[in-house]
Design a protein around this ligand. Structure first.
Ligand SMILES: Nc1cc(-c2cccs2)n[nH]1
Length: 250
């Protein structure tokens, strides 16, 4: 997968060179390029913003530099498999399912905005050339979309084959948001490791029983319990077929 990020703060994306995503890039699984938006400005001040039409506070990002950047990174005729991702608080929620969908793309271009956002006409013109996803990573307002890009690149990148080792495969996503496997759609229950007794607190004996069926049942019950307590909306969203008789007895 090729990933292009266009930003006026390239240094914000430095963490992409680290750890998991950095290794994936080194391994050639991810081909990540960060670009300075001002590359595609031509005036003396490398202007990327201007005052909002109709008045109001702040500044709006001009459409021209973004359009030139997009055209350079996705040349006309090469749109197949390319998707433009625009982080925004007013976008549709970025969820694990959206991450799984984005992981199927061959080319993602991220357009993190600053200020009050990008001139709408850029989004509309881009949507005539490739799918455009306006995505929110949560109901709060950041100063810019770069942090959202880091979140999305990590959530998507870790799903790509070869990025996670087998031991930490995304198929068994421990936070249960994965749409795969027996815990699909549930939050993860409590996890434990050695020592068996720490701070006078015991690991639940069932986990030391060696009975894998009983342990699996206990983990599912704990995941259901935690999900019902913390995110009852996820329980509502569960496919009834995914709940067995014992689940319903909970
Ligand atoms: N979820 C979310 C996205 C954002 C921003 C994207 C671009 C500027 S602010 N805030 N919150």
């Amino acid at each position: 997968m090729r990933i292009d990020v266009v930003t006026i703060f390239p240094e914000y994306l430095a963490p992409l060179d680290v750890s998991l995503i950095g290794k994936a890039a080194t391994a050639g699984i991810l081909d990540i390029h960060v670009h300075e938006l001002r590359t595609w400005t031509h005036d003396r001040h490398n202007t990327v913003d201007d005052s909002p039409c109709g008045g109001g506070p702040g500044m709006v990002m001009k459409p021209e530099p973004w359009w030139e950047a997009l055209t350079a990174l996705v040349p006309p005729g090469s749109e197949d498999g390319a998707r433009l991702i625009v982080p925004t608080p007013s976008g549709r929620p970025f969820t694990q399912r959206v991450a799984e969908d984005l992981a199927t793309a061959s080319h993602l271009v991220f357009a993190p905005a600053r200020y009050e956002g990008i001139d709408r006409r850029f989004i509309e013109a881009a949507a005539e050339r490739m799918p455009v996803e306006e995505l929110s990573i949560g109901d709060y307002v950041l100063a810019g979309g770069e942090v959202a890009v880091l979140v999305m690149v990590e959530a998507v990148g870790r799903l790509l084959p070869g990025v996670l080792g087998n031991a930490e495969s995304a198929k068994d996503d421990s936070f249960g948001h994965s749409s795969q496997g027996g815990m699909a759609g549930l939050l993860e229950g409590p996890v434990y490791t050695k020592p068996a007794n720490w701070d006078g607190r015991e690991v639940p004996p069932v986990l030391l029983s060696g009975n894998h069926a009983v342990i699996a049942r206990w983990r599912r019950d704990e995941a259901l319990r935690r999900t019902a307590q913390t995110r009852p909306d996820l329980i509502e969203a569960l496919d009834p077929a995914a709940l067995d008789k014992k689940d319903r007895a909970q």
